[in-house]
Design a protein around this ligand. Structure first.
Ligand SMILES: Nc1ncnc2c1ncn2[C@@H]1O[C@H](COP(=O)(O)OP(=O)(O)O)[C@@H](O)[C@H]1O
Ligand SMILES: [Mg+2]
Length: 241
C-alpha cells in the first residue's frame, strides 16, 4: 500500500529524517513508536506532502507520489488526522465532516452516505451534528477528526497521536475504531504514537523511531520488553500504557 524509501528531510536548516524506510501492506496497521521530538509528526507531514523530501521516495499503491501536493494525495487515497485534531471550532460537527470530502468532491448522495456512515461509527456525532465543533470534549473531537478523515474513503489512514490527552476509556475507543476500519473497510493505518500501550495493542507491526531514524522494527510480541524499546524511552518518564 505504501512504501517510503530512503527518506531524508529537514525543517529549516535542521535535519529531521535520516534514511527512513517503511512499508505498509494492504489492510495492515503499522505503528511508529517514538518519544517526543523523534520525528513522528514530520513523517506523516512528509507522507501527506506537507514537508518536502530532500531525497527518497513515497510510493502509494505502486504510484510515485513523492512530488504530489496534499490534495492530490488525498484524492489517491491518503486520509490524515493531524496532531491536536485541528477541528474547525465555529463550524458544526456536520460541516466538519463534510470538509473531509472536499478534495474528493463526491456527488451529494455519496457525501450524505459517508456522513451517515460516520454517525453510525460515532453515534455521539449524530447527537451533536448541529453543534459547533468547539463544544465537543477532547475525546469527541478525536472521533470527529477521525470521521472527517474517513469522509474521503481513504485506502490508508494516517493518524498522529490520537490518544494524546485522552482518558483511558477514550483511548480504548480509538483502539476499537482503528481495528474496525481495518476489518470492515480493509483500510491500512499508519499510526504514530508515544503511547507504547496503545501501539503494541493495536499494531500488526511496529517501527521504533528515535532522532529521525528507524532503530528497530518487529511485531508487538517481538518488541515487547525488548531493550531497544526501553532505550527509545531513555531519559523520559515511563510511557503511558
Ligand atoms: N517548525 C519547526 N521548526 C524547527 N524544528 C522543528 C519544527 N517542527 C519540528 N521540529 C523539529 O523536528 C524534530 C521532529 O519533530 P516532530 O516530527 O514534531 O516530532 P514528534 O512528532 O515525534 O514529536 C524535532 O527535533 C523538532 O524539534
Ligand atoms: Mg508529534
Amino acid at each position: 500500500m505504501l512504501i517510503i524509501n530512503g527518506m531524508y528531510t529537514r525543517i529549516g536548516s535542521t535535519p529531521v529524517h535520516h534514511d527512513v524506510s517503511i512499508e505498509i501492506a494492504d489492510a495492515e496497521i503499522v505503528v511508529i513508536l517514538g518519544s517526543n521530538g523523534a520525528g513522528k509528526t514530520s513523517l506523516l507531514r512528509a507522507t501527506m506532502g506537507l514537508l518536502p523530501l530532500l531525497s527518497g521516495k513515497v510510493i502509494l499503491d505502486g504510484e510515485d507520489i513523492t512530488t504530489l501536493p496534499p490534495h492530490a494525495r488525498n484524492r489517491r487515497g491518503l486520509g490524515y488526522v493531524p496532531e491536536g485534531r485541528r477541528i474547525f471550532g465555529p463550524m458544526t460537527v456536520r460541516e466538519n465532516l463534510e470538509i473531509g470530502a472536499y478534495a474528493v468532491n463526491p456527488p451529494a448522495v455519496e457525501l450524505e452516505a459517508e456522513v451517515e456512515a460516520n454517525f453510525n461509527r460515532f453515534p455521539i456525532l449524530r447527537e451533536k451534528a448541529a453543534d459547533p465543533g468547539s463544544t465537543l470534549s477532547g475525546g469527541q473531537q478525536q472521533m470527529l477528526a477521525m470521521g472527517r478523515a474517513l469522509m474521503s474513503k481513504p485506502k490508508l489512514l494516517l493518524l498522529d497521536e490520537p490518544s494524546l490527552g485522552l482518558a483511558p476509556q477514550m483511548v480504548r475507543t480509538v483502539h476499537d475504531t482503528i481495528k474496525m476500519v481495518q476489518q470492515t473497510q480493509r483500510m491500512a493505518v499508519l499510526l504514530v504514537e508515544q503511547n507504547a500501550g496503545l501501539a503494541l495493542a493495536v499494531a500488526d507491526r511496529v517501527y521504533l523511531m528515535a532522532r529521525g531514524a528507524i532503530v528497530a522494527q518487529g511485531t508487538p510480541s517481538e518488541l515487547a520488553g525488548s531493550d531497544v524499546l526501553r532505550s527509545v524511552y531513555l531519559g523520559q518518564a515511563e510511557p503511558a500504557s
